[in-house]
Design a protein around this ligand. Structure first.
Ligand SMILES: Cc1ncc(COP(=O)(O)O)c(C=O)c1O
Length: 405
């Protein structure tokens, strides 16, 4: 008997709006060819505190109340209180934020998805940075959004371009990753943030601030968050994540939103899954409460800082002479680069992984449809030690020379 083919039963959303990801394809090729990978968007597994997490998670069964439906759709109250205290101590929150304005999410990805569900109708315009995080693009487009890219430079969103778009179009919200952006590695300056907020206020547009790399800062303190800068204006919804500073597998992030939005988002959460599992939230709170969190972040940053420096210096040594220009991000995982004379980075990335066993992500995947620029690549140093940075850049340089022949 022929098996049922679900292709013909697919919704138009699944058919048209969700595409096969080039990132997934590159990761598949990296594995297939046993390549050195500059593709990783996740923390290095050797830096995940597995033993401490095991202990902290073991203790969650001491509280059998966690076996029922949780009392609050917003997530485990103790963890929400912890996040509020932690962000408040760091000066990241405006005065209006109470624990009831914080929702625990299944990574910041769920926050992106819930905010999109709450704010997007089919055909709505959503502004994203050019370039931006690919999964956010897909998530907004799944809701039916038309994503418009606003140009950025190394100091953040270009304010004149933002204003020109807002003048023309009715925008539902601006999605921004202000710190150590994925994929560009850039951080918006404090001054630029003020200017962006000023324009948003004038056109009365809200913002979704996605900040998963906030604490991975290697050179200086990060500028004030948009949510703090917006103060009582409360037009900024903030997304944070434990994925990069604890472990992505814990799937714990959070959203800070004012009551007018949070009540709607809570209903959407109930509709999707009733509630998140309480165990990881309680285990994470045990872990965070026993830890010197600042010390833990400092030790992560000392490793990532070395990795960044190693990759930057290997690129300078082996790639700069070939017309490769790249930035030096102040934190996060990503370096963004352009190669003179190569206009199809997707073709180059495929060539490099197959022929020289070095994996990179072509930049085109990070742009809103119609705005694609295929002249850049994203290089991650998250999992790359000094020796592999050197060897990886030698391979990349060989790939460039042979590709150009
Ligand atoms: C900009 C950005 N937002 C959100 C996410 C999702 O992270 P998580 O759901 O693990 O918190 C990522 C993951 O790489 C990211 O780069």
């Amino acid at each position: 008997m022929a098996s049922y083919n679900f292709e013909r039963a697919l919704s138009s959303m699944a058919r048209e709006r969700l595409e096969v990801s080039e990132i997934g394809e590159m990761i598949r090729l990296v594995v297939k060819h046993g390549a050195i990978s500059f593709t990783a968007g996740e923390p290095s597994a050797d830096l995940v505190p597995a033993l401490q997490l095991k202990e902290a998670f073991g203790d969650v069964f001491d509280d059998p109340s966690l076996l029922g439906y949780a009392g609050s759709v917003l997530g485990y109250p103790g963890l929400r209180e912890w996040i509020r205290g932690w962000m408040r101590d760091g000066g990241l929150l405006p005065d209006w934020v109470e624990a009831s304005d914080i929702m625990i999410t299944c990574g910041s990805q769920e926050g992106i998805s819930l905010a999109g569900e709450a704010l997007i109708d089919p055909g709505s315009y959503v502004l994203v940075e050019s370039p931006t995080y690919m999964e956010a693009l897909l998530s907004f487009r799944k809701q039916g959004a038309v994503c418009i890219g606003v140009p950025t430079d190394e100091r953040g969103i270009v304010v004149e371009s933002l204003e020109a778009i807002l003048k023309e179009k009715n925008i539902r919200f601006l999605y921004s990753i202000p710190n150590f952006q994925n994929p560009s590695g850039n951080t918006a300056s404090a001054e630029r943030r003020m200017e962006v907020l000023d324009v948003l206020r004038r056109y009365d547009v809200p913002m979704l601030e996605d900040d998963p790399y906030h604490y991975l800062s290697y050179d200086a303190d990060t500028p004030p968050t948009y949510i703090k800068l917006s103060g009582g204006d409360a037009r900024v919804v903030y997304l944070g994540s434990f994925s990069k500073i604890v472990a992505p597998g814990v799937r714990c992030g959070w959203m800070v939103a004012p009551a007018s939005l949070m009540s709607r988002i809570s209903s959407l959460r109930v509709n999707a899954c009733l509630d998140l599992p309480s165990f990881p939230q309680r285990g994470l709170l045990n872990y965070l409460s026993r830890l010197d969190v600042k010390g833990h972040i400092e030790s992560l940053n000392s490793v990532y800082r070395r990795r960044r420096d190693a990759l930057v210096s290997a690129l300078d040594s082996h790639m700069s002479g070939l017309g490769f220009r790249h930035n030096r991000p102040g934190g996060g995982f990503f370096i963004w680069g352009n190669l003179d004379g190569v206009s199809d980075m997707t073709a180059f990335a495929h060539y490099a992984v197959v022929n020289e066993k070095i994996g990179v992500i072509p930049g085109s995947v990070f742009f809103a449809p119609g705005a694609a620029d295929n002249t850049s690549i994203r290089l991650s140093f998250a999992k790359i030690d000094e020796a592999r940075a050197e060897e990886g850049c030698l391979r990349l340089a060989r790939a460039v020379k042979n590709y150009r022949k």
